[in-house]
Design a protein around this ligand. Structure first.
Ligand code: CAA
Length: 256
């Protein structure tokens, strides 16, 4: 399907969703979030798609919420319209979603990247929560997810000063899983996504569910949850195939 502010490409079992508002550095307008959510719904429903990549341009993943669109908002616009709640669609995806970030990932842009399952960063990526410079604060999970990912000290400094962090610092801090030369970002992201797509989809989805549970619960509850899900993998044909292939020294051919 074609969208106004989002482009999509399919690479075998991988769907690449590209934010596309170059005139505004992919600022997250109402229309862009609507298009992004529809593209995510489509990828989640498509049986042949097993992994999703969310990216922007070489210059910007996304420079945050659209300041021009929201500058005249009132408290009641936010409260009654449940502003930003619609952005959470990506966190409800059951299939894996990789953020491939080049250029600016600021404010809501950084928050959107953090909602994905992991972040691959180009070496020109810049992350930050500059909301404080606008007289507001991060409103799409920045104070929470950034603190979980990089710890209190760095999250506090970034949110209180609005300073940007480059890709190397973001990797050291644990915000991104890996830094990749900018020209190789998309080919590498597709390679990683295809590798994930070649695994058992239920095992991938269950692993994702377990890791996300670590953010929601205590260690002992999380371990209990993981163990139940681990036992459940033995009810899948893919577990039989994976282990049989290992014993026979051949690559597995997962069916689900
Ligand atoms: N909203 C709307 N338009 C934006 C935008 C945004 N967040 N970010 C950039 N743009 C627009 C600019 O206004 C400009 O448009 P015009 O040519 O029509 O003036 C165009 O994109 C290009 O931007 P710049 O000329 O500013 O480009 P630059 O390379 O000089 O600077 C930048 C790049 C440092 C990212 C700068 O654009 C910037 O600081 N942007 C705003 C970043 C920001 O404050 N983000 C947080 C938004 S609030 C938020 O996200 C709330 C939340 O948590 C939910």
């Amino acid at each position: 399907m074609a969208y106004e502010t989002v482009l999509t490409e399919t690479h075998g079992p991988v769907r690449l969703i590209r934010l596309n508002r170059p005139e505004a550095l992919n600022a997250l307008s109402v229309q862009l979030i609507k298009d992004l959510n529809a593209a995510l719904d489509e990828a989640e429903a498509a049986q042949e798609i097993r992994c999703i990549i969310l990216t922007g341009s070489e210059k910007a993943f996304a420079a945050g919420a659209d300041v021009k669109e929201m500058q005249s908002n009132t408290y009641l616009d936010g409260y009654l319209g449940d502003f930003v709640a619609q952005w959470e669609r990506v966190t409800q995806m059951r299939k894996p979603v990789i953020a491939a970030v080049a250029g600016f990932a600021l404010g809501g842009g950084s928050e959107l990247a953090m909602m994905c399952d992991f972040i691959l960063a180009a070496d020109n990526a810049k992350f930050g929560q500059p909301e404080i410079k606008l007289g507001i604060l991060p409103g799409a999970g920045g104070t929470q997810r950034l603190t979980h990912l990089v710890g209190k000290s760095k999250a506090m400094e970034l949110c209180l000063t609005g300073r940007m962090m480059d890709a190397a610092e973001a990797e050291r801090a644990g915000l991104v899983s890996r830094v990749i030369p900018a020209a190789d970002l998309i080919p590498e992201a597709i390679k990683v996504a295809q590798a994930i797509a070649g695994m058992s989809l239920p095992a991938v989805m269950m692993a994702k569910e377990c890791i996300n549970r670590a953010y929601e619960t205590t260690l002992s509850e999380g371990i209990r949850f993981e163990r139940r899900v681990f036992y459940a993998t033995f009810a899948t044909p893919d577990q039989k195939e994976g282990m049989q292939a290992f014993v026979e020294k051949r690559p597995p051919a997962f069916k689900s």
